[in-house]
Ligand binder design. Sequence first.
Ligand SMILES: NC(=O)c1ccc[n+]([C@@H]2O[C@H](COP(=O)([O-])OP(=O)(O)OC[C@H]3O[C@@H](n4cnc5c(N)ncnc54)[C@H](O)[C@@H]3O)[C@@H](O)[C@H]2O)c1
Length: 293
Amino acid sequence: MQLPSNTAISYNPLATITDPAPASPSSVKAGLDLKNRTYFVTGGARGLGLSLITAILEAGGSAVALDLLPEPLTEEWAAAQTLAKENGGSLSFNTLDVTSEPAVELLLPRLAQEAAEAGRPVHGLVNCAGINQKLPAIDYPVELYRKIVDINFVGSFIMAKHTAKILVAEGTPGSIVLIGSMSGIIANRGLENTAYNTSKAAVLQLARSLCQEWGQYGIRINTISPGYIITAMTQELLDVEPELYETWMRGAMLNRLGAPDDFKTAAVFLLGDGSRFMTGSDLRIDGGHCAGA
Ligand SMILES: NC(=O)c1ccc[n+]([C@@H]2O[C@H](COP(=O)([O-])OP(=O)(O)OC[C@H]3O[C@@H](n4cnc5c(N)ncnc54)[C@H](O)[C@@H]3O)[C@@H](O)[C@H]2O)c1
């Protein structure tokens, strides 16, 4: 629509927009400070999840680890407990299947109440729970395909939904980080991973879709898309096919594969108020892999 040339424009967007986000942090350090905040971390018993728990603790925050496994890795967990004590945070573990909505619905509000009573209310989620299985698509059993989509994608939705319910009920502006993968954007050479890849593409679109529904509550939701990281998940693939290592290294612009620690600062950035204007975005951290042909 064309305005007549003599129309005065008096529209002031700042007068009509209410900002549900936290106040602008006073410094870069404050923007990365997670003090007195608790975060759910799924897949927190080991691998990337446990590493991101240490990141939250180092930033002064508290974490509730959730995993299908009955208990976390002993040594790493003990080190994380020490870190929690040193930094004034807390750390606990609960077994949980992220695909079971009744279980999630029952457990999360109780954990949130405990966190609030301890003066460290829940401020968000890091969803790392995931599985992979390499199989040619032509032979892929549909039940296995459904299982991978159920854990990686539907599980992300269930966790995000019930974390958001808590944040909305408590009136807390929060941050949700879903772990996607570069496999949600590209097809990995040498890996017959169709179920995994499509489940991760869905995770990226899930975050974009939820961000336009939940911004009104001050809830931000972003994804991290890692490249190859050496964890139990990739080690299982390498144990069966060691030659995959050479294939992966051909795309490694920094001449190495990733380590779980490579994602810690990015996760703290997305959880903290320093990223308060960031939602619906993806941080691809892949050592340059997707930049190559
Ligand atoms: N390792 C990589 O190269 C890589 C690359 C990109 C993305 N990722 C993603 O990072 C995340 C963490 O993977 P990782 O490499 O640390 O692997 P991992 O296997 O060490 O960790 C995955 C964790 O998820 C848990 N889990 C599986 N199903 C679950 C369920 N139904 N409910 C609750 N917990 C469940 C597992 O018990 C395990 O502790 C995954 O989402 C994975 O897809 C990994």
